[in-house]
Design a protein around this ligand. Structure first.
Ligand code: NAP
Length: 264
């Protein structure tokens, strides 16, 4: 049994749960966070049985400053830390003024403040361990999400922040990765009232991938020393287009399609 520790936020379901399983498989001791106690406990019990690892839980809402501070204090007090995955996140559908400020601020707090503060708290131990930092962004970090006002912008922050931290600590041995998934089969869309059976495509340009596929790809990209991980030919192509086509074309296509709106 190894003595390596991993902290994963938003481990209750989807990509976070897939990371919990992947790190458990690699023998890491886990600290998992989320708000849904029952689901998190079921996952923890399964991982303990299946992989004989130690799993601790810390419940909390990362948009609540007290809960975030409690988790930050826990991370600072850990005797060792080898991997941090800032994964917790969600989308709020609506243009900027259509959604009340409390909801917009909560999204900023979960995506930007929690990711930044937890990374700051974890860095001393991650550097000692020459460890892993994975921050979950999105392909939306390259796309103006006109109908989901803060989703794309906050994910752009997460990607750029991770690239910056990754480059600045690369020579100290930190392995940092901005995970940039496209549509992934998780609880993400059903939380927004979208029927997953109708929404997720199994082929074509908008095909969705499983959380396990996304996570497996991210470990391959980490091994190659990459700073960014994108799962699937379709999302690699999308990002290539976003980065290389003239912005006027992209803006014209997006304003015609309305595709940035999930649920309306
Ligand atoms: N699915 C996609 O298509 C997709 C695409 C690109 C990027 N992403 C990103 O991937 C990450 C994981 O999402 P997912 O797709 O795996 O969806 P998911 O199954 O809904 O998982 C989201 C996780 O975040 C946690 N979470 C959400 N709000 C939280 C809060 N206020 N405080 C604490 N924890 C919170 C949830 O736990 P609790 O409910 O227990 O709190 C859950 O474990 C997110 O950052 C998302 O933006 C998803």
């Amino acid at each position: 049994m190894s003595d390596r520790y991993a902290v994963i936020t938003g481990a209750t379901s989807g990509i976070g749960a897939a990371y919990a399983e992947a790190f458990a498989q690699r023998g890491y001791k886990l600290l998992l966070t989320g708000r849904r106690e029952k689901e998190l406990s079921v996952l923890a019990d399964r991982l303990v049985k299946q992989y004989s690892v130690t799993v601790e839980l810390q419940l909390g809402d990362l948009s609540d400053p007290k809960d975030l501070q409690t988790l930050v204090d826990t991370v600072i007090a850990m005797p060792a830390l080898d991997a941090l995955v800032n994964n917790a996140g969600y989308a709020v559908d609506g243009r900027l003024a259509e959604v009340d400020w409390a909801q917009q601020k909560a999204l900023l707090d979960v995506h930007v403040t929690a990711t930044t503060q937890l990374t700051h708290a974890a860095l001393p131990n991650l550097l000692k361990a020459k460890g892993i930092l994975i921050n979950v962004a999105s392909v939306a970090s390259w796309i103006p999400t006109a109908q989901s006002a803060l989703y794309g912008p906050t994910k752009a922050f997460v990607r750029s922040f991770t690239e910056s931290v990754g480059l600045s600590y690369r020579r100290d041995g930190l392995k940092a990765l901005a995970l940039c998934p496209g549509f992934t089969i998780t609880d993400f869309h059903s939380r927004m009232g979208i029927d997953p059976d109708k929404f997720y495509k199994t082929k074509g340009f908008t095909r969705a991938w499983t959380a396990k596929q996304v996570v497996d790809q991210s470990f391959k990209d980490l091994d190659k020393g990459r700073l960014v991980s994108i799962q699937g030919w379709n999302y690699k192509l999308l990002v290539f287009c976003m980065r290389h086509l003239p912005m006027t074309w992209v803006a014209a296509a997006l304003s015609r399609s309305g595709s940035a709106r999930f649920s309306k």
